[in-house]
Design a protein around this ligand. Structure first.
Ligand code: SF4
Length: 447
């Protein structure tokens, strides 16, 4: 039998070079990969949807003369003092520990400047972020690190975190190099030791216990503060319905593109569902319960632009939450940082981490070249808080302008009036996941 011609450099689909390298690394080191950032594999995104903007059948609004409302209220169901935002774009929970105090301060100041909220994280509330943030959402996580009655009273809303999109069903990690004396003190843990957060709350095993926890938090905050429940997107329909039944004012659904400071790569790439189907499922669940005007839906996970925000709102979200994108606005993955008016190139620092600007996912190392995801004082000093604030404000304002541009072009005087009927899908997958027709047809796969 003659031999088939074989290209000497033909890669295997089953074992491409990266799989070979991964297996060899696991064989050498005997452990799985831990990293930061979010999913890197190709996933269905909001890019697979387009807007059917106005033409003859409806007319657009003028961008420079006609107002497009962006005001957003969260927590109107039962909270005495709902959260009132100027824009439907919030800053997601990211811990002090994962991020430097300077980064948390810049995010808080930027959120305040544009009239939106920011969120604490696994590890508690710092004075800096409380002072910087006009509206601060305080997370209650399974670990309960830094969760205390004093800060509960200082918060503007409470977010019970059941799961995160990057690691639904798993807990966070903070490797020892980021557990500084201050971080350790807030978490009542020894400094310098790897810390793994719990994957489930210690005092409940099911939805009834969630209801009890919500009632406790309402009592502790005099029924004033909205209670959010945050879910990693997996069995979205059932989870949203159970969160609503337990008494949530706001449901936050975090798709699998959501970022993290550190967790197992196998979680990031192989658990949960993308944000695109998660929004549609969550919105449908609220509609099926008849509470879509009562319980607000916030979605997160890989949202980058005003177009992403507009599409999430059209599919039924009341607001979105951003994590990685504001970090990029702050300077994450930049080749340089500027201090004292002088620009410094940090390419060599990325190389020391084994990466390049534009590819970095190394929050877990604590060696962030631009001072964002670190507790090292010398590295943290690279982040100029005023400049970082300016950049995040610019980014959030630009996102809002993109959002209102699209809403006006759809003839909407309020971004919350965007609807699925304004969208078409470019792929069958997106049509099925988002529940909108494939472009040029009236066909929604599965319906
Ligand atoms: S530049 Fe810093 S914040 Fe950005 S991915 Fe790298 S370590 Fe994380």
């Amino acid at each position: 039998m003659s031999e088939l011609p074989m290209d000497a450099r033909r890669a295997s689909h089953t074992f491409p070079p990266e799989s070979i390298a991964q297996i060899q690394r696991m064989a050498e080191e005997g452990h799985y990969e831990i990293r930061g950032w979010g999913a890197k594999r190709r996933l269905p995104t909001f890019d697979d949807l387009v807007f059917l903007t106005a033409s003859v059948s409806r007319y657009p609004l003028e961008g420079y003369r006609e107002r497009c409302e962006t005001r957003t209220v969260l927590g109107s169901r039962r909270a005495g003092v709902p959260i009132e935002l100027d824009i439907p774009v919030t800053i997601a929970g990211m811990s002090f520990g994962a991020l430097s105090a300077a980064a948390k301060t810049a995010l808080g100041r930027a959120a305040t400047a544009v009239g939106t909220s920011t969120t604490t994280g696994d590890g508690g509330m710092t004075d800096e972020e409380r002072d910087a943030s006009h509206l601060l959402v305080y997370q209650c996580l399974p670990s309960r690190y830094g969760f205390n009655p004093v800060d509960l009273k200082r918060a503007d809303a409470i977010e019970i975190v059941i799961g995160q999109g990057a690691k639904p069903g798993g807990g966070g990690m903070l490797l020892g190099q980021k557990v500084s004396e201050r971080v350790a003190g807030m978490r009542t843990l020894p400094p310098g030791i790897d810390q793994r957060s719990a994957s489930r709350h210690p005092d409940w095993v099911g939805p009834d216990d969630l209801r009890i926890k919500i009632e406790e938090l309402r009592e502790a905050t005099s029924w004033e503060k909205p209670i959010y429940v945050k879910l990693g997107a997996t069995r979205v329909t059932n989870d949203v319905k159970l969160a609503v039944a337990a008494g949530a004012d706001v449901v936050v659904v975090d798709g699998m593109q959501g970022g993290t400071g550190a967790t197992q790569d196998v979680f990031i790439e192989h658990a949960g569902i993308p944000t695109l189907p998660a929004v549609r499922l969550a919105a449908e669940a609220l509609r099926e319960l008849g509470v879509e005007d009562e319980v607000q839906l916030v979605v997160s996970g890989g949202i980058r632009t005003g177009a992403d925000v507009a599409k999430a709102l059209a599919l039924g979200a009341d607001a979105v939450s951003l994590g990685v994108a504001p970090l990029i606005a702050l300077g994450c993955n930049s080749r340089t940082y500027t201090a004292g008016g002088v620009e410094h190139d940090v390419t060599a620092d990325y190389h020391a981490l084994g990466t390049e600007p534009g590819y970095c996912h190394h929050m877990h190392t604590g060696r962030c070249p631009v001072g964002i995801a670190t507790q090292d004082p010398a590295l943290e000093a690279r982040l100029d808080v005023d400049e970082g604030t300016r950049r995040v404000v610019n980014y959030l304002r630009s996102v809002t302008m993109e959002l209102t541009t699209l809403a006006r072009a759809c003839g909407k005087s309020d971004v919350h009036n965007l609807e699925p009927e304004d969208l078409a899908a470019l792929t069958m997958e997106a049509a099925a996941m988002a529940g909108v027709p494939l472009a040029g047809t009236d066909w929604i796969p599965g319906r």
